[in-house]
Ligand binder design. Sequence first.
Ligand SMILES: Cc1ncc(COP(=O)(O)O)c(C=O)c1O
Length: 462
Amino acid sequence: MSRSAHPAGPRHGDVLPEGHYTPPPTDLNELDPRVWARTVTRGEDGTATVAGIPVSRLQEEFGTPAYILDEDDFRARCRAWTDAFSGADVFYAGKAFLSRAVVRWLREEGLNLDVCSGTELAVALDAGMPAERIAFHGNNKTSAEIERAVGAGVGRIVLDSYQEIVRVAHAAREAGKRQRVQIRVTVGVEAHTHEFIATAHEDQKFGLALQDGQAAEAVRRVLGLDSLELTGLHSHIGSQIFDMAGFEVSARRVVGLLRDIRDEHGVELPEIDLGGGLGIAYTSDDDPREPHEIAKALADIVTRECAAAGLTVPRLSVEPGRAIVGPTAFTLYTVGTVKELPGLRTYVSVDGGMSDNIRTALYDAEYSVALVSRVSDAEPMLTRVVGKHCESGDIVVRDAYLPSDLAPGDLIAVPATGAYCRSMANNYNHALRPPVVAVKDGAARVIVRRETEEDLLRLDVG
Ligand SMILES: Cc1ncc(COP(=O)(O)O)c(C=O)c1O
């Protein structure tokens, strides 16, 4: 049974041996630039500010919990990726966080967009992303979604199954179009943070397996259909990856299939997409790579493998989501209760929880946290930051140090919550999903508003 799914009982915490925990940081008031959005700093009175705005003002104006997103940081990260990958294509993975404002920023900064549902596609189109800059993903796209994507003229549909080949070919024929497609190949690499596993098979729902010959069969089928134009192969190997070794294996295997396709069908496919999954710093212990290092490593790998296979180097694309939006936002909470369990830890309850950040409960994700409404010289105390939901696994930050004078009403913030927090937010206990507030040059504006009781009651038609 996984730790996050243990039944309610006395052992809600992990009673670990003394000395297990990393020691407290030397300065609890420091806001480590590696984990906080770029314009976050402390003002003279000790209150944290972002884009020059004190968090206390954000709390007064927008309430808590709230996601605060640094627009300049988002744009700067977009530019860092497009600069690093000049001559290649960067597709922002919309699943990390998508809104109309985000689409506009992406469009202005020259990025492409990866969507994986009809509704993500709707947001992208509504906010004016040119259809040819959109890639459509997903392991079970409905016929209606496919028709919509083909009709809109998306630049790329990434095929994920034999059935989908037929559906997309049919939709394109009906629309009188030739749809550009890639095939998602499952390469037998599972990568996460500093580890990766290379196997012959991969037991997962996405893509068509390379080792079983399914990917090669998919290529055969697609090449036989006039309404589809096969432009390349796609592979995505994991998430929160720091180590490039997994990409090395995946690129070698994908290029091997490109070579087989050339040998069998006499065609050299012009594109290869190595997916997303690049890691970010959630805590000060994380040390992610910069986009230019990643770009160089991937280009070197692909160039080397293509040279070995005697292939022209295809146009490369990547799909970072977390690495662009993750570090640009933090979640602002108000402390509600502080409950000391002598000899164990102190539970700090905030006004949100697993409804606005499910990642800790779902993946045992690690986060850090800081007191942001003031500085404190009090001794550090070991805390667990928890939400207000009726679930003992409702944990936001599993183990973190906060000052021991922390009190109800203080504002605390969890950095690096830009990715997979608002996009995975839910209404457990009829929680109202928090707003996303974009800040820039001393101004703050809501880009996704807070849900209201009326929103929820309107869905509940009795
Ligand atoms: C196909 C594909 N591309 C890109 C991504 C984005 O991953 P990340 O946000 O970790 O970069 C994902 C995430 O699941 C994915 O499945």
